[in-house]
Ligand binder design. Structure first.
Ligand code: ATP
Length: 299
């Protein structure tokens, strides 16, 4: 019997791990698309994070040689700063995130984190340093506990609860008959968009990365939920280096710097006030969104 159950339980574990890895990849793909064949350099060292300062120096990138996507991107984010990327659809915002994660290799220039070229460090350490909060958090068909702890398998119940409290999902979880053992996902309890995002925030808090990459949702949650979530995201960003890929300008007016991309180039950058004062592209985008929001509110 032992001979039979041992391999079966082993296979079960393997199956579970593969399934989880696939779902995890699925979640990443939204922001990161398919990864290219990228391997660690021989003797690559783990990234040594001091504050999480990010620098793009003359970065060029093309998914295919005949179509340049990013052209000479120079972008620095000091440790603990929040920088927002804005620009029309297809301008290259998500691509900047994918390159920072080294899901693709730059075709020119370099990206460094705390002075270390992302090509010189292990991918494992690079990925551990960057927390991605995607537009839509994908839940695994497993318990809420598992979903929050994902990425930190050794997390204790206290740590899980602390993260859930900070993400303001703990009280909701405790209101469920099975609490943290509640099954969620396709075959379990269906969570709302806001609840799913809170699980995603708790998951990232537990991972505790020095750098955050937020891919802001375009799909609107109801406004109170949106405001609450925004508050949680802002709180999570304190003391970390944050890059926000933003669609709604109202959520990033407080950023240390707003970078406007157009067709793979930085065309403007500065604070919200400075950019409004310049009456350029950002000011035009701001005016257009304000008019849209006013029209929607009047409906
Ligand atoms: P959005 O606001 O719509 O998300 P974005 O500014 O994030 O857009 P990117 O996703 O970075 O834009 O895309 C930049 C350009 O690169 C687009 O023209 C897009 O078609 C192209 N692109 C994106 N991903 C790939 C890919 N995997 N293969 C080839 N081209 C791609």
């Amino acid at each position: 019997m032992i001979q039979i159950t041992m391999p079966l339980s082993f296979l079960g574990t393997v199956y579970r791990e593969i399934r989880q890895a696939l779902v995890d990849m699925g979640e990443m793909f939204d922001l990161l698309h398919q990864p290219a064949e990228i391997t660690d350099k021989p003797g690559a060292k783990p990234l040594a994070v001091s504050g999480g300062a990010i620098a793009f120096k003359g970065v060029n990138f093309a998914y295919s040689p005949e179509r340049p996507i990013l052209k000479g991107i120079d972008l620095t984010v000091a440790a603990g700063q929040k920088v927002a990327l804005v620009g029309p659809s297809g301008s290259g915002k998500s691509t900047i995130g994918r390159l920072m994660f080294r899901f693709y290799e730059v075709t020119g220039g370099a990206i460094t984190i705390d002075g270390q070229d992302v090509r010189d460090v292990t991918q494992e350490s690079l990925h551990a340093a960057i927390g991605v909060v995607p537009q839509d958090t994908v839940l695994f068909n497993d318990t809420i506990r598992y979903n929050v702890a994902y990425g930190r398998a050794n997390a204790t119940q206290d740590e899980i609860e602390a993260a859930a409290r900070a993400a303001k999902i703990h009280d909701f979880v405790m209101s469920l008959p099975e609490g943290y053992d509640t099954q969620v996902g396709e075959r379990g309890l269906k969570l709302s968009g806001g609840e799913k995002q809170r699980v995603g925030i708790a998951r990232t808090l537990l991972k505790n990365p020095p750098i955050l990459l937020l891919d802001e949702a375009t799909s609107a949650l109801d406004t109170q939920t949106e405001r609450d979530i925004q508050e949680s995201l802002d709180a999570m960003g304190r003391g970390r280096t944050v890059i926000v890929i933003a669609h709604r300008l109202s959520t990033i007016a407080d950023a240390d710097r707003i970078v406007v991309l157009e067709a793979g180039e930085i065309v403007e950058e500065g604070t919200h006030e400075a950019l409004l004062g310049r009456s350029g592209r950002y000011a035009a985008m701001w005016a257009a969104q304000s008019a849209e929001e006013a029209a929607a509110a009047a409906e």
